[in-house]
Every structure is written in C-alpha cells, then in structure tokens.
Design a protein around this ligand. Sequence first.
Ligand code: SF4
Ligand code: FES
Length: 228
Amino acid sequence: MLDVLNQELIHKGDEPVAFESDCREGICGTCGLVVNGLPHGPMPGACTCQLHMRTFKDGDTIYIEPFRAKGFPIIKDLVVDRSHFDRIIQAGGFVSTRTGSAGEANAILVSKDVADLAMDAAECIGCGACVASCPNGASALFMSAKVSQLALLPQGHPERARRVLAMVDAAEQGGFGACSNHRECEAVCPKQISINFIARMNREYARAIFCDAGNQGGKREGSKRSGE
Ligand code: SF4
Ligand code: FES
C-alpha cells in the first residue's frame, strides 16, 4: 500500500515517503514500522510486509510511524538507523571457526530438544520491533535470541562468556536500555521469540561475570545491567 501511495505522490510531482523493505515475505527484518500504535501492526506473529490490507475495514484510517527508540535514530520519514544492531552482532554474535573443509556432521551430537530450542532462538530476524515496543528501548530480546542460539550449541560454548559480555557492552554503547520485564517485546515479536531467552541470557551473563572472569584471574567491573 505504501508503494501505491508513493506511485500516486510521484505522479502528482510530490516526494515519495521513505520506508524500508526487502524480502517482503517476513524473513529479512528490514520492514519495521509502527502501524496503529503497534510495531508491525495488529496481526500477531507477522512482519509489517505480511500485514495485508484485508486486516483492516473499508474506510479505516491507518496511522504509520517509524520505530521510535534512542538506539534507532530516525534517518528520514519511516526509515530508522538500525546499525547499532549490527554492532551488537559484530561484538559477539558469531562463532569463530578455522576455515577449511567442513567437519563430519555427526562428530558433535546435539540432542533434538536442544537443537529445537536453538532453532527457536535462531528465528529472530533482527527487525527491532522488540526495541520499539519496550518502554526502556531495550534490545534484550534480540540479544538474548542470539546469545541463546549460540550458547545452546556445543560449537558456541568456547566463546560464550566473551560473547555475552561483549554484546551487552555493545548494547549499552548503542543507547539501548535495560530489561524490566514489561514483556511488550514478546507480544510484538513477529517470530514470537520467548522472553525465556532473556532469562537464559541473564544466566549466561552472571556465569560470565562470576565464573569465567574469576577463572581467568581477572575482575570485570559490573555493567549497569548487572541486575539483568
Ligand atoms: S526478537 Fe523478535 S522483535 Fe526482536 S529483533 Fe528478533 S524477531 Fe524482531
Ligand atoms: S521486508 Fe523482509 S521481513 Fe518484511
């Protein structure tokens, strides 16, 4: 519908409305908008690009706004800068591996329940609706999905302490707030990521502070988020 609107604006010689989209099938996380006051609009478990006009009644007025959060500065119209999410991923949302031929697939066995849980976390598409819905502008649900996805699998274990500490630090530097369990993030998440993953991330964080940092003989100053 925004394409239709922009076609009309262009035909009239007006400037089109700037907005972002890419896959238009709910998998890339590019298209976040606030529709009628809700990040991604009123349809549960769907991205903005999956929100069809049949969701609304004839004659409805639809209010569209950009995501609003300190960590997502507005660039223009409906486009926000979500590069702080990239910096959180760059800080630790990966597994370091040596290049070379792929290992034998069955060399490290993963039980089905653990694999399923890791895949639930891996469904996060980095859209940022969780941040936009949170009164604290927290990125906890996004971070927790990434931290949990990697911490659950054996390949992610060696870097788990460094990862969670670095990602939480990057979130603080990006201007995201701390989680205070409002659960708005879970309600608007198009992939229905559970806040149980936030609890898992908090345990990872505590483990990193109290166990791994101690084992390394070093002390790390507590983060503002140490209550998480
Ligand atoms: S946790 Fe959900 S709302 Fe947050 S970035 Fe991931 S998919 Fe989007
Ligand atoms: S455009 Fe890719 S998720 Fe909406």
